[in-house]
Design a protein around this ligand. Sequence first.
Ligand SMILES: [Mn+2]
Length: 364
Amino acid sequence: MENIKEEMEFDPSGVGVANGRYFGMPFSNDECPVVLISVPWDATVSYSEGTAEGPEAIIGASVQVDLYDEHYPSSPELKIGTDEAEIDMEDGGRVKVFDYIKAINTESRTKAKKIIDCLSEGRDLDKELRGLQEEVNQASAAVNYLTEQVCAGYLSQGKIPGVVGGEHSVTFGAVKAAAASLPEGRKLGVLQFDAHADLRIAYEGFEHSHASIMFNILSKIDNIGHLTQVGIRDFCADEHDSIKREGRITAFTDAGIGEAIADGKTWKEICREIVETLPEDVYISFDIDGLDPSLCPNTGTPVPGGLSFQKAVYLLREVASHRHIVGFDLCEVAPGENEWDANVGARLLHKMALFAIFAAREKK
Ligand SMILES: [Mn+2]
């Protein structure tokens, strides 16, 4: 009853109500074509922590987002859900997946910190630290599994899941579920917005590191047709070799984009080239550090350069207008002293959800 009352009172043009849900939307997930899933996990982040606080900060900032988009006059009608899945615990109780991940993140961070400190001092891990490393890897695997299960549930209901991290490793379970949801013989394309290539085999000894996410996706998930990277500007020689060697990767580096524009290419032409590399079914993984760092100053590993908000949104709309969006995520948003990073993140999330539904309708 409470829900119905709130729903009748929900005014998409009004000031949002902070009710713990994305955009303050009170709808039941059954009526939402898109559901956002918070994954507060940042145990393998090496440089600066805080992305585990991303989902709550984005929920807080999201109530201020104006839901009107000039391209889609009925955009305020889009219903976006907030996942509240629960799991059974060994003691017979039930807890929210969100709270469970948050708890194991706190434990795992403490362990990971000891390992990272040891390695950064140039020492080898002793037996105890190797044990802790194994425990962190197991916790990462548990987060991947839970994320995959939750996403698979929404996909089986014909909905689009949108994962909100956390560090970039949370993408794994979501992509696995998206790839598995495709009909036999179809391959999934992954469009990655990022400053980093994330193609390292393992980073600081963590199998499921944020810096290895795309390597893990390409090597451990069966039907990945193509990985298209946009905004990449910080990678190691091995990663550069992988991009050249692996036929399934196309990188539109930040430098490459800048040079093409300097040579007279338009952003529209570049976006068309980006879309053409992708198969029909696309998963969008948006690491906020793909944007200019003035838009995400508190993210874990900021790098100068990157896309403007306007360019990113234009590309997102182009992709959604010409391809089928199976799922998406937004990662590495870390709240700072003010709401700025979360504000940018909330607006990006809204555009991804909106385009996945409205640009797809327009296409038909
Ligand atoms: Mn990344």
